[in-house]
Design a protein. Sequence first.
Length: 81
Amino acid sequence: MNKLKRYTGIIWIALGPLAVYYLIKTAAAEIAKKPVIDTKIQWIVFIVVFIPIAMGMMIFGYYAFKGEYDHLPESSAEIED
């Protein structure tokens, strides 16, 4: 199971930039299709909100790849120790 967690970490790391690329590509196409200020503001907000989410996905993937999630606590008592 730990190997699976590490391999999926690589997927999360790759998924972050890929999602941002697809989002920017879609935004550019939508803005080109309808170049009014409302469309531009909408897509800029989407991009600004989603970039930290994508960065979080990449950080999560990095920690999964490094093995930080190999041993997870079984209960809340184990967290306090």
